[in-house]
Design a protein around this ligand. Structure first.
Ligand SMILES: *[C@@H]1O[C@H](CO)[C@@H](O)[C@H](O)[C@H]1NC(C)=O
Length: 336
């Protein structure tokens, strides 16, 4: 009995530790405002300012976008054209499904199996943008983001992502030099995060989407790798909402509602508000698993005793005894 209790408590401790560990990074996202790495509007020259030419140009002039095939639907053409027209001196790459798969197959064969087996096509669209940034460098832009001004000032940081309000970062616009340590970590982490969370929405968010990216971003910063602004610096700068799309001088114009800063932030904040409920839930799961194990332990004990010809009811946990008394009586009557 005392041994059973010890096992019960031990299992509980293990499960609670595991749960706290797995949601810890998620919870730290709640208090991460990105301010330490924010790109301040003061460091961004006005459009067409001669100061732009004095900035270092670290990120290669490449714009990456993704779509199923070359026929981009009409409702995204305007946004797509706005970026292409403003950047005639940039290379433009549209990553179709076929081209995406080819890049993975030739350059990252270790990822091809995961890539091919993603359940949702959006997971491939998410994943390929990290790979092209890690591989070629450049700026990735979602097809529903239009360009409001030339992106040259954003080429002066080794890498940048954009903040979403009220928490986390998005993967709809980001830039990096080739082989930037943050994006290398991102592509290396994809396989480990490829889990099915039953709900498609959470699965996509947490396996390849903005929630995944935000968690890796937090882990990257926690690892201390996020230092250095030089040509191969590890720092990841953060484009804040104002500079992203709020003003006439912002870089992007958003053409269609994006889900991340709505639903997903709400989900994380819901977790923050209901941490007591979640903790209680954790203890409940721990209790159920612990009792299950205790039951199995009791069962093994019972079998061992039976072999000796005696059924030691007194040695069984009382809750088990009660639940199984009836069944046992039936069994006994049958045997008689
Ligand atoms: C591109 O994909 C769309 C959506 O699946 C499809 O309707 C269209 O026919 C495709 N175009 C080409 C050229 O294959």
């Amino acid at each position: 009995m005392r041994r059973g209790l010890a096992i019960f408590l031990f299992i509980n401790a293990l499960i609670v530790t595991f749960l706290v560990h797995s949601v810890f990074t998620l919870l730290t996202l709640l208090i991460e405002d990105g301010s330490t790495d924010a790109i301040h509007s003061a460091e961004i020259p006005a459009p067409n300012s001669p100061l732009i030419d004095s900035l270092p140009q670290l990120i290669p002039k490449i714009i990456h976008q993704t779509y199923i095939n070359e026929s981009v639907p009409e409702h995204w053409r305007e946004a797509q054209t706005s970026c292409i027209d403003l950047h005639e001196d940039y290379e433009y790459r549209l990553w179709t499904d076929a081209k995406s798969r080819e890049l993975i197959a030739t350059e990252y064969p270790w990822f091809l199996n995961t890539f091919d087996n993603y359940t949702h096509p959006i997971q491939r669209a998410d994943a390929i943008r990290y790979f092209v940034l890690a591989h070629y460098g450049g700026i990735y832009i979602d097809l529903d983001d239009g360009c409001n001004r030339r992106l040259d000032p954003l080429l002066s940081y080794p890498s940048w992502v954009r903040k979403t309000a009220p928490t986390g970062i998005s993967n709809d616009a980001m830039g990096a030099i080739p082989g930037h340590p943050f994006f290398l970590l991102v592509i290396e982490s994809l396989r480990g995060y490829n889990r099915d969370w039953a709900l498609p929405y959470i699965t996509v968010m947490y396996s390849t989407g903005p929630l995944f990216l935000s968690v890796i971003w937090k882990k990257y910063m926690a690892s201390g790798a996020d230092v250095g602004d030089g040509p191969s610096g590890g720092r990841v700068r953060v484009l804040m909402q104002d500079e992203y799309n709020r003003h006439a001088w912002s870089f992007f114009s958003h053409h269609r509602g994006n889900s991340w800063h709505g639903r997903d932030a709400r989900f994380i904040f819901w977790m923050g508000r209901n941490w007591m409920l979640l903790t209680a839930g954790g203890f409940l799961i721990a209790a159920v698993v612990g009792m299950g194990l205790w039951w199995i332990y009791g069962r093994v004990l019972l079998l061992g005793q039976r072999r000796g010809g005696k059924v030691p009811w007194r040695q069984m946990p009382s809750f088990w005894r009660r639940h199984n008394q009836k069944e046992y009586e039936l069994l006994e009557r049958h045997e008689v």
